[in-house]
Design a protein around this ligand. Structure first.
Ligand code: SP5
Ligand code: ZN
Length: 357
């Protein structure tokens, strides 16, 4: 019983040590930890999946999705923070912003890049939970490389590939990071598939949280469908400000965005019924390729969401999404280390059954 799905992996993904998250003013230990990646890799390898190294890519391909200023910021901010003495002299061992130049603050003033590092760290970030340390940029690049390598495998004829991305990506917008995400690995993969010849791509997001970043990156486009199942942001769950049913896309992308917010406590049968609705909409667009934002945090055991999906639910979900077409699975959230490996094996096994069965 061997799992015939390449697991694309970069050792660099271990180098991001966020060191916790500041939530409501208090630094908590955080759940997006390096051990997640090891648990996922080891469980999938033990199930027989071949582990293949991520191929390095230049920044050009990232600019197809992200503002070059965000890339420049992420690439250099730890060095600047460190050079300003914030860790050594002020005990600030991670980059955490304290002023956010919102549209309402600026009220029409042009956005600046203040000289003081502590003043400019809020420009490209929208929450206090997404910390940056010395190894973060290497890991962020490693995750994007894994997504791109998996997209290239599928673009060159593989039916299915899984990218073990860490940090995750679906909350990162074109020009801002947040929600434990820095670059949008799923959007980067979808755009790469478009550029390698897929005329239409469907992104199906089954992470417990709404992928606000992916939604907004493709909101005005008809060539990339975004559909998401997630806990209702209006019930008090991150990302709070996006993920509502009325968000259907804009301009040429009108109708190409679909959110199905679910009540806290939703379990397998309602979750899978909602996934059937998304899959039917995606199928109607006859996608040439599929990107799955595979968060495992909808599991009943997960500390970050109130959804109650089981391993059997993830197995069934994997089967449904991979039956839509050639599929790139992108790891998103999933935080319960004792159950995470088995959940991943269930989802990827289901996808293999959907793709090859
Ligand atoms: C990729 C992904 O799954 N990002 C999720 C980000 C949501 N994090 C919200 C964290 C809120 C504070 N955590 C409180 C945990 C209480 N059990
Ligand atoms: Zn999540």
């Amino acid at each position: 019983m061997s799992l015939p799905v390449p697991v694309v992996w970069s050792e660099d993904c271990l180098r991001h040590e966020p060191g916790g998250e500041v939530w409501l003013g208090v630094r908590d230990p955080g759940t997006e930890v390096p051990a997640r990646a090891l648990v996922l890799r080891d469980a999938l390898a033990a199930a027989g999946a071949p582990v293949v190294p991520a191929r390095p890519h230049g920044e050009q391909v990232l600019r197809a999705v992200h503002d070059p200023l965000l890339l420049e910021h992420l690439a250099g901010i730890w060095r600047d923070w460190d050079a300003a003495g914030l860790p050594a002299s002020y005990g600030r061992d991670r980059v955490v912003p304290y002023v956010f130049p919102t549209e309402a603050m600026l009220a029409g003033l042009p956005i600046r890049s203040p000289a003081a590092v502590h003043g400019r760290v809020g420009r490209f970030c929208y929450d206090t939970m997404t910390l940056i340390g010395p190894g973060s940029w290497a890991a962020i690049r490693g995750a994007a490389d894994a997504a791109l390598t998996a997209a290239e495998l599928v673009g060159s004829g593989e039916r299915l590939a899984y990218a073990l991305c860490r940090p995750p990506g679906h909350h990162a917008t074109a020009a801002a990071y947040g929600g434990s995400c820095y670059l949008n690995n799923a959007a980067i993969a979808a755009q790469a598939l478009r550029e390698s010849g897929a005329a239409r791509v469907a992104v199906i997001d089954i992470d417990a949280h709404h992928g606000n970043g992916t939604q907004m990156i493709f909101y005005g486009r008809a060539d990339v469908f975004y559909g998401s199942l997630h806990v209702d942001p209006g019930a008090g769950w991150f990302p709070h400000y996006a993920g509502y049913a009325g968000e259907r896309g804009a301009g040429p992308g009108q109708g190409a965005n679909r959110n199905l917010p679910l009540a806290p406590g939703t379990g397998d049968s309602d979750w899978l019924a909602a996934l059937d609705v998304l899959c039917a909409e995606a199928r109607a667009l006859r996608p040439d390729a599929v990107v799955v934002s595979l968060g495992l945090d909808a599991a009943a055991t997960d500390p970050e969401s109130p959804l109650c999906v089981t391993e059997a639910g993830y197995l069934a979900a994997g089967r449904k999404v991979a039956a839509l077409g050639p599929a790139v699975l992108i790891q998103e959230g999933g935080y319960d280390l004792p159950t995470l490996g088995a959940l991943a094996v269930a989802a990827v096994s289901g996808a293999a059954a959907g793709a090859y069965g």
